[in-house]
Design a protein around this ligand. Structure first.
Ligand SMILES: NC(=O)c1ccc[n+]([C@@H]2O[C@H](COP(=O)([O-])OP(=O)(O)OC[C@H]3O[C@@H](n4cnc5c(N)ncnc54)[C@H](OP(=O)(O)O)[C@@H]3O)[C@@H](O)[C@H]2O)c1
Length: 240
């Protein structure tokens, strides 16, 4: 797909991956529709945003009625959307005995229920593109059952199932779905954040480079022969 003049919605636009994706999209002069919890979290990209070609929506995705409201607003303001990139997410890494029900709900709402609701609300706008594309940022934790990740795995297994089913349901109906099944990326994501990751990296754990993955996502969006799922893991990820 030629991205020039396309309308691209990035959810989690202020995050490590979201903000990198937005920066790359700007090079193709797209119209941006950004969703973030609070506008001030877009600080890292605010300089590159052009008022005429950027719309910003605030939404706490833990709160599903807010997600429905924002989904309705975007659908009514943008009857056509070419690309939706779901790049918001939360990583609460705890074992069953330690996790609170509220943390389970938060994880499932942000990582699974919110993408579902947004896709449901925006599917007509995506179909109106004639070549609508949804890119979901999944995880190897949507394939591998890892101790200490019960909520994160449950949410990402769910997201993976949803994305792959919708790929089939919307085949030949003007919308394609691509799931990025990614191993650990060197960002501030998840319990422990960047500090923990840098410590593990110094002990030999390998991480994907966020800039490389953001570029890969843009390349996939442009590729007319894209697949339903891409699996990209750093070395040693499956044995970790
Ligand atoms: N980094 C990795 O190792 C890795 C690996 C595989 C997959 N992924 C997936 O990639 C995606 C992006 O992760 P990242 O590395 O860019 O992490 P990140 O920098 O923490 O970004 C997460 C994004 O989600 C948003 N978010 C979290 N809670 C929210 C809420 N309640 N309402 C609205 N937005 C909320 C964050 O906004 P706030 O700033 O408001 O919190 C931020 O924009 C996630 O779906 C993650 O599961 C990451």
């Amino acid at each position: 797909m030629d991205l020039r003049d396309k309308i691209v919605l990035v959810v989690g636009a202020g995050g490590a991956m979201g903000s990198r994706i937005v920066k790359l999209l700007k090079k193709d002069d797209v119209t941006l529709v950004l969703v973030e919890r609070e506008k001030k979290l877009l600080e890292s990209i605010i300089d590159i945003l052009d008022g005429d070609k950027t719309s910003i929506y605030e939404c706490d995705m833990e709160n599903l009625s807010e997600v429905e409201k924002v989904g309705n607003e975007i659908a009514s303001n943008f009857p056509k959307i070419d690309i939706l990139i779901n790049a918001a997410g939360v990583g609460i890494y705890k074992e069953m005995k330690d996790i609170e029900v509220s943390e389970w709900e938060k994880s499932i709402n942000i990582n699974l229920n919110a993408p579902f609701i947004l896709i449901k609300k925006l599917i007509i706008s995506l179909q109106n593109s004639g070549q609508g594309l949804v890119i979901n940022l999944g995880s190897g934790m949507g394939v591998i059952a890892k101790v200490g990740r019960v909520t994160y795995c449950a949410s990402k297994f769910g997201l993976r199932g949803m994305s792959l089913v919708l790929s089939k349901e919307y085949k030949n109906k003007s919308v394609s779905f691509t799931l990025m099944t990614l191993g650990s990326i060197m960002t501030d994501f998840g319990t422990g954040g960047m500090e923990k990751r840098e410590e593990l990296a110094s002990n030999g754990k390998k991480y994907l480079d966020p800039d490389v993955i953001a570029q890969k996502i843009i390349d996939i969006a442009k590729d007319e022969n894209r697949q339903d799922e891409y699996v990209i893991y750093p070395e040693g990820y499956e044995n970790d």
